[in-house]
Design a protein around this ligand. Structure first.
Ligand code: TXA
Ligand code: MG
Length: 325
């Protein structure tokens, strides 16, 4: 029977080894951070990141926080200006996530950023920091709970959430902070609070000399809806079984019952119909088709259920967004 496996921090060396081993194999691992437990995967491996959404039953691909072991690693993945550097130096390791421009050549998978041009970076303390250091790459991790439920603050909470999954859980004891990190967006000369947490606006102002603005509710609740969110330039048509002449075709699965003859170019999300592979390929394939500048990107039906819901949600958003453009 599938069930979670808890490894404890008093055997730190073994726990770190086991976690790094699982992460290298492309698996998710539950990690203890000072805020809440995270459900982590290699941030550069799209299929591994897709497993996070699948495990959480998350209906949408909202961006994930990218956890780093130190400032050097942060600077490989994000572009930190003077203000974000001051924040990182003052509050890391710790419960602060800093949203900065993503380094476009960093290799972080675009499922992590949800196709945004920014990335949320955080350096957690303790055991998780050592795991990331050993792994040598950042970990994408949302809170380790099923979608719509509260975050887990102990290894046992995580095990209760994911009862029937083969999930490695690294037990670091109860989380010190217990609520999710403060999220601040650092722009050229502004700081915008996206989510309040234990590190306060006042503390950040003291560290940077910049007054912290509060984000509009839209920005907090729906980062996936922000203007900068990725949507193709081409018009999109969903649920297509007969590809219109000259369209770029975002295919799914085999060609049975479908007419692909009109396609100028076909990119298949997953030949075998694997939703995890499809999720990992989604942004990449959409971008590749869009770069050919077709009038239309036609999308074949993707089945609902599990990761299919998240993929369909994201496609619907992309189609709706460029309708409004
Ligand atoms: O304490 C925490 O932050 C925990 C631990 C595991 O690190 N993580 C956590 O992740 O709370 P999650 O996925 O439950 O919440 C992350 C929030 C989401 O609301 C997401 O939209 C936002 O961070 N976020 C991530 N990257 C962003 C970006 N580039 N721009 C705006 N919001 C971003
Ligand atoms: Mg959460």
């Amino acid at each position: 029977m599938n069930m979670p496996k808890i490894v404890t921090a008093d055997k730190t060396a073994t726990a770190v080894d086991e976690a790094v081993h699982a992460l290298s194999a492309g698996d998710c691992v539950a990690i203890p951070t000072e805020t809440v437990y995270g459900l982590a995967a290699d941030a550069t491996n799209g299929t591994a990141v897709a497993k996070i959404f699948e495990l959480k039953d998350r209906p949408r691909f909202n961006p994930l926080i990218c956890h780093v072991s130190d400032l050097d690693m942060a600077q490989k993945y994000g572009l930190l200006n003077q203000t974000s550097l001051a924040l990182a130096e003052k509050f890391w390791p710790g419960p602060l996530t800093i949203v900065v421009p993503v380094n476009p050549t960093s290799g972080v998978h675009d499922l992590v950023t949800a196709g945004l041009v920014t990335i949320g970076l955080r350096c957690p303390s303790g055991m998780t920091c050592r795991i990331i250091e050993r792994f040598g790459k950042p970990l994408a991790a949302p809170s380790a709970n099923k979608s719509g439920r509260i975050s887990s603050t102990s290894a046992q909470h995580v095990a209760d959430e994911f009862k029937t999954q083969d999930l490695l859980i690294v037990d670091g004891g109860a989380c010190e902070v217990g609520i999710e990190s403060t999220i601040v967006k650092a722009e050229a000369d502004r700081l915008i609070l996206l989510r309040p947490g234990v590190i306060t606006a006042e503390e950040m102002q003291l560290a940077t000399g910049i007054a912290v603005e509060t984000a509009s509710t839209d920005m907090i609740e729906a980062p996936g809806m922000m203007k900068s969110h990725y949507a193709p330039n081409a018009a999109m048509q969903l649920e297509v079984t007969k590809c219109p002449e000259g369209a770029g075709l975002l295919a799914f699965s085999n060609g049975n019952g479908k007419d692909r003859d009109g396609a100028a170019r076909i990119m298949n999300l997953s030949e075998s119909g694997d939703l995890r592979e499809a999720a990992a390929n989604l942004y990449h394939h959409l971008k590749a088709l869009d770069s050919l500048e077709p009038k239309l990107i036609a999308v074949e039906p993707i089945p609902l259920g599990g990761l299919g819901d998240a993929i369909n949600d994201r496609l619907a958003r992309a189609a709706a967004e460029n309708d409004n453009a």
